[in-house]
Design a binder for this molecule. Sequence first.
Ligand code: HEM
Length: 266
Amino acid sequence: MPKLKLPTPPKTLNPRPKRPGQGNGKVSALDVAEEAATTAVDWVDERTSLSGAARWAMFRKIPKGTNWFYTLGSATLFAFLNQAVTGVFLAMYYDPSPTHAYESIRYVTNEAFLGEFVRGMHKWGSTVMVVLIFLHMARTFFFGAYKYPRELNWVIGVALLILTMAMSFTGYLLPFDQRSYWATIVGVNINGTGPLVGPYLNDFLRAGPEFGATTLSRFYAIHMLLIPGAIIALIGAHLYLVAKLGTTAPPWLKAAPDERLHEERA
Ligand code: HEM
């Protein structure tokens, strides 16, 4: 009986080209690690096709003259991530009740392992984020990056700025000491003077007719769930638009003359 021809093996089974120095019969730990990582990434990609999206988002041309000022957006993002990570650890100890809030913060600061460090990172990080978001906004303003076709990204940025301010405001009450208590009463009353929505906003923030126990848990829920959720969604939209539209060239750069136009005129 004639022998059947063996099917051609799939391309993925072909041996990979050798690197210089490879092929002496020995398989180094590095080769094994590299192979394992490639296999894992391929396994995920085969099932999700995510590599296309990753290439779309990360490998793109950037304009000539891009400089350090363009890192301010990523720096703001990094500051936000710092707030998110340190906030999770603070939430493990924090108790949003008027009788226990101050004590839980005192415990974090004086007794919990690395508590003072984590609280310091969160507290100073909030100021750093506010400074960076203003610098980033100034960069996009002075470079004219708010103009067509990036107006929507500017509007999303404005929402992010307001939400970042709201994060600072709601976070300030949480230690529930004399300063945060009275400063927040002043802040809430200022909100109440706003036209039309002012009084409603005031009631919503106080969570009742008087400043009391429900106010603290309302501020905590807004601070650690409501606003961060909105910020994450808006940062997603913001970065999608940055990847889609690309970044603006610095305003002092002149567009290179199009050679084809000169050819046509000649
Ligand atoms: C949580 C806050 C924010 C984060 C994490 C963030 C992040 C970023 C990043 C990473 C970029 C691309 C790199 C760069 O240009 O720096 C960018 C671009 C941009 N951002 Fe933001 N941003 C935030 C807030 C804002 C604010 C407050 C505004 C303005 C009101 C704004 C307006 C813009 C605009 C217009 C661009 C496009 C820049 C260009 O095309 O050159 N962003 N943002």
